[in-house]
Ligand binder design. Sequence first.
Ligand code: FES
Ligand code: FES
Length: 157
Amino acid sequence: MPVINVTVNGTRYEENVPERLLLVDFLREQLALTGTHVGCTYEGVCGACTIHLDGEAVKSCLMLAVQADGHAITTIEGLGGNTLSPLQQAFTDNHSLQCGFCTPGILMNMSDFLRDNPDPSDDEIRRGLVGNLCRCTGYVHIVRAVREAARAMREQN
Ligand code: FES
Ligand code: FES
């Protein structure tokens, strides 16, 4: 079984992994980081499994754990640290959470999105969310939260 070295949320791990183990299953089952969700049949359509790999949002069901060897991963557990990030706070303030199943993936995707585009229009936010399926909502509260988070982050900088 291959050995991989990964840094996840700032902690280094050296782990034996089956060659065909998906990254999302490695995070959930081997590291017990269950905030990364599986919302489709591992086919990249729901976005619930989104994490950051070296700072970029990726769907962890579309990668093997061995492909993460040598890389740095952030999961939802590592996004805010000890406090809520502005994006997490905006989701709370705007009632954007609902059942919460899709929320970790959306937060990971949108935090990367806002780094690249700190002042997005609502249309740009909707386009950015195209890879995240939410079964609870028409996305109105989610778009509002991302817009407010963008404003709060610009004011901080
Ligand atoms: S579980 Fe990865 S996109 Fe659905
Ligand atoms: S909040 Fe329930 S699936 Fe999105």
